[in-house]
Design a protein around this ligand. Sequence first.
Ligand code: PHE
Length: 504
Amino acid sequence: MSTVHSGDTQPHRAQWKTRSGFLFAAIGSAVGLGNIWRFPYVAYENGGGAFLIPYFVALIAAGIPLMILEHGLGHKMRGSAPMAFAKISPNWEWVGWWTVIFVMFGISLYYAVVISWCVDYLFFAANLSWGADPNTFFFKDFLGTTSGPGEVGDLRLPILFSLLGVWLINWVVVFFGVQKGIEKASKIFIPVLVLLTVTLTVWTLFLPGAMDGIKIYLTPDFSKLGELSVWGAAFAQIFFTLSIGFGIMIAYASYLPRKCDINANATITCLANSMYSLVAGVAVFGTLGFMAQQSGKPFSEVVTGGPGLAFVAYPQAISTFPSFAKLFGVCFFLALIVAGVSSLVSILEAFTAAVVDKFHYPRRSVVTVLSMLGFLGGMIFTSGGGLFWLDIVDHCLSEYGLFFACILQCLVVGWIYKAKKLREHVNGLSKWQLGNWWEFSIKFLIPGVLLFLVISGLAKDLKEPYEGYSWLAMVLIGRDWLLLTLIAALFVAARPWRKKLNES
Ligand code: PHE
């Protein structure tokens, strides 16, 4: 793709060198662990092939519109999330801070730890070290899981060392800036990820029993479409998987040149991400189908998502591979690492951009301090109680924090800045024109659906605590994590800007 030239009036703001570089970075942020271990399982649980209907409805009605909003806002305001919101109105600057704070000092802390597990498993795969009982190996030997979140236990050294390595890579990539760091790295990450995923998928198709698994994945159960929770699951999956609502795409789009096709860029990012999910689903269900056949167990007993899929079911399947088991294992964990790191990089960049925009501290010092804090903050998740902490913080941040952030984003842009103004801005730059429906989606549909999801989630959680954790743990770890990040956001938003907003 061609190099894009700018008519930028702000010589100091970094800029993507090429359009493809920007797209690779945006897709790298969206495609992550969620596409590999979350999507296939959510699809299976919610009607298999039929789930694709609510999924694509959510993508078109909410995912693409919100992606366009973030791309358009970052481009228009030429700033990170806090700057963009402060330019709309100083009263709303805190919304921008809250999103980048809870993603940097919440999601990135444990996301990096999960990538560290993958790093360790990359080495384990080379020897099939998990042995005959991957379940005990993962939970007991590797994680040293304690009895609950209240018992923190020891720090697990192999995880801690890998975590250091993960933050080092993250630091190096972001340290070198937008063009020389993130853009260059993304141009390596994405092709490698595609190559690994295609290899794994094609390989899977040749395994005995794989087709049975894929059939189960894609066989539609249309009766599920009448269940509200299925629609809720589709919308929730779309928001998390696209990395929208975290201020990430706002920061990335702030480095775009003046002339760029916002609507096309945002749509390409969304479609590439969903295509990746669909393909990953084929690979995952193919492998599970193979495993069901090998173990002689019914499919419903082998199917799982989340850590159970990557660190228990996959190792189990890999051990029974007819040939090249170790190579398959190495490719699988490498794919997870690459997908994860390209998402982690985007989180660090979103926060760095925010701090540099407001306080004008030197970028490289900011990246260095943040990487150190990221590593230190992540240590709690490397402990024996880390899995429980991870589960609770993830639940509260990705199901409440993220939804609140998206609601606020839509309301502030839709009603205070005015959706119409942003629509005119992006349409002025794009070939494909957005109709009125986009404003409707931003002002009514997305906030409405998310409010419904928050309320129904809260009702469920109040009836019985999530996953049976104690109330104390949910409140002290989950709710307070959200509250503390909110207080921090209000505090930082109240500090003065180093330069007047329209000068910076
Ligand atoms: N989109 C990523 C995934 O699917 C998750 C993510 C969330 C990444 C927030 C960055 C920031 O795994």
